[in-house]
Design a protein around this ligand. Structure first.
Ligand code: AGP
Length: 614
């Protein structure tokens, strides 16, 4: 995904745009660039690399750019390598138009060829986005009556997903924005307007917002007014809402990195996910999305399908165990990117749960849309109010975890697993099963127990120093700990870039044990419970082959003392919730290993926070 921002008002735009790109950096940081209208010209500044937003801010802050209308862009490269040449904004042939774009122009090759052939166009980059600037300028040359008209007719030639911002020297007092399946928000301040890909990046001066919808073309004027093409003033006023994100909530504060901030926020995030949804007195669960129709569908369904990507997919594996154990309803968990193209079988008696922290992951959205096309009820589980997922699902549950800016999904995972446990308990109730009071109490107690787990920071930091040069990591667990073994391996892969693998403990002897050799760290999740004895045997198999085991055990359990190289004790809790309780160990280990290996823990190489392209 990429980040877009824009400013039209009375203040100088350059520094405002560059700060907005810093707040959007989690969406992409291969490069960053801004363009402002400076009298008869468009001035463009670009930087490349992981710290490009900050470097761009430093660069433009020292300049005397007077322009008060401009656009900005953070790039996660899809077409064309990460480079200044391919960084947005892109200029048109005659340099009268500048464009920033999030999405993919599917027919850009044909459009480039047409422009080269008919307009003798010569392109400066390898990107798909650049054709937009040329198309819009061509419409102006053809006599379009306004920048809005030029954008409208130009987009008629375009196939694909886009959120764009456009400025033009012929219309120096305005930005034109357009949206087709990539988020774009208008922020309204006192006599000034902001454009952004994410509400969380709006500055404190924006006290109202309007989310753009697919097909919208909006003109933002320097005088602080905006116009939605084809909509009345009343329509427009109906779109205006208060800005939900508290100013600064998405800022780093006094933390070293967003990743650590968000790991440490998990107890509070979990309290927010559970708040008002557990009724211990009546041993019941309250979830607003279970309307009579949704309840009826869950009562009559004979299968639940859970779809997601990455960490969200792994939280779905935990959800499967909950729903099948609590409600006795069969569950399939599918990688959204596979599900969408697997020609899935629909019997008319399934319900879908689609999980996405950002609510903008293209794979998950497209998989959900496919199920909806077959008339399947799809509930969404997301952290982003008003996101595409939240707007397109048939109801759902918000995580309320607060903005998650680090690329590594941490507090979203624990909240997703907790919400899936609540949904499983709700389905159990609908199917006449009684909710186990001890489980409900155990879920309710988790936020405080997470606080205890987070006290292991120093012990985990020392482990990172010890294993920073390890050849690889192997993570393994059984039952409810199995999804955690996979999620833990993903954290160790995407942040410190280890060759890390997650397995069911019982699988080790069927091949993965070959990965163990002297000094290889293996993280074993061994809580008290039905799998403990077998897990202890797995630990012995690893130790016998000179592997070094880091064992996560229930506090007070001595079974692995003297066998495992390191033991990390976790509070006593129902083993069903081990994925929530133990995941901070993996998150913190991943974070500190990332620091030891001088990785950019908030902006790991090649990745972005949410992938809004397939
Ligand atoms: C998780 O740490 C990764 N950054 C990634 O796997 C992520 O979970 C995945 O891209 C799905 O994102 P979503 O939850 O926003 O859909």
């Amino acid at each position: 995904m990429c980040g877009i921002d824009g400013y039209a008002g009375k203040r100088k735009a350059a520094a405002i745009l560059a700060q907005g790109l810093i707040d959007l950096a989690y969406r992409g940081y291969d490069s960053a660039g801004i363009a402002t209208i400076e009298g008869p010209r468009i001035e463009i500044f670009k930087r490349e690399g992981n710290n490009s937003p900050e470097e761009l801010y430093k660069r433009v802050s020292g300049l005397t750019l007077a322009g008060t209308v401009g656009i900005g862009h953070n790039r996660w490269a899809t077409h064309g390598a990460p480079s200044v040449r391919n960084a947005h904004p892109h200029l048109s042939q005659g340099k009268r138009v500048a464009v920033v774009h999030n999405g993919i122009i599917d027919n850009f090759k044909a459009l480039r060829a047409e422009l080269e052939h008919e307009e003798n166009a010569s392109f400066r980059s390898d990107t798909d986005s650049e054709v937009l600037a040329y198309l819009i300028e061509r419409e102006l040359n053809f006599g379009a009556l306004s920048l809005e008209d030029a954008v409208h007719t130009a987009l008629a030639h375009v196939e694909g997903a886009y959120a764009i911002g456009v400025i033009c020297t012929d219309y120096p007092d305005q930005i034109v924005a357009a949206r087709n399946s990539s988020d774009l928000i208008i922020g309204v301040g006192e006599g000034e307007l902001f454009l952004t890909s994410d509400e969380a990046a709006l500055p404190t001066e924006a006290n109202l917002k309007a989310a753009m919808k697919d097909g919208d073309i909006v003109t933002l004027f320097q005088n602080g007014q905006f116009h939605i093409r084809g909509h009345s003033e009343e329509d427009k006023k109906r779109r205006l809402e208060k800005v939900c994100i508290m100013p600064g909530q998405s800022r780093l504060g006094n933390h070293a990195h967003f990743m650590l901030k968000e790991i440490l926020e998990q107890p509070e995030a979990l309290r927010n996910a559970l708040r008002g949804r557990i009724d211990l007195a009546h041993e019941t669960v309250r979830l607003g999305c279970f309307t009579p129709e949704v309840t009826r569908q869950f009562r009559t369904c004979d299968r639940v399908v859970i779809i997601g990507c990455g960490t969200s997919y792994y939280s779905g594996l935990a959800g499967k165990l909950y729903i099948e154990r609590f409600a006795r309803v069969p569950v399939d968990v599918a990688l959204a990117s596979e599900y969408h193209y697997s020609d899935p079988i629909f019997t008319g008696r399934e319900v879908v749960l689609s999980i996405s922290q950002s609510g903008t992951t293209a794979d998950t959205l497209n998989a959900m849309r496919l199920a909806q096309k077959h008339g399947v009820l799809c509930l969404g589980i997301t952290n982003r109010v008003g996101s595409t997922l939240a707007r397109e699902d048939d109801g759902g549950v918000y995580l309320h975890a607060g903005p998650e800016k680090a690329v590594a999904s941490t507090k979203a995972f624990t909240s997703q697993v907790a919400v899936l446990a609540l949904i499983a308990m709700k389905i159990a109730q609908i199917h006449g099963q009684r909710i186990d009071h001890a489980l409900l109490r155990g879920l309710d107690a988790l936020p405080s127990q997470l606080e205890l787990v987070l006290r292991h920071q120093e012990q985990i930091k020392a482990l990172a120093a010890r294993y920073k040069k390890a050849a690889r990591f192997v993570c393994f667990g059984r039952g409810y700990a199995m999804p955690l073994a996979l999620e833990g391996a993903l954290k160790l892969t995407e942040i410190p870039y280890f060759d890390a693998h997650g397995y069911a403990g019982g699988e080790l002897k069927h091949g993965p044990l070959a990965l163990i050799e002297r000094g290889v760290p293996a993280i074993a999740i061994v809580p008290k419970g039905p799998h403990q004895e077998k897990m202890i045997s797995n630990v012995r198999e690893v130790v016998a082959r000179k592997g070094e085991v880091i064992a996560l055990v229930t506090e007070g359990d001595q079974a692995l003392n003297g066998i495992a190289t390191e033991v990390i004790e976790l509070p006593e809790a129902p083993e069903e919730f081990i994925s929530i309780l133990a995941v901070p160990v993996f998150q913190l280990l991943s974070y500190y290993l990332g620091l030891e290996r001088e990785c950019n823990v908030d902006r790991p190489r090649n990745l972005a926070k949410s992938v809004t392209v397939e």
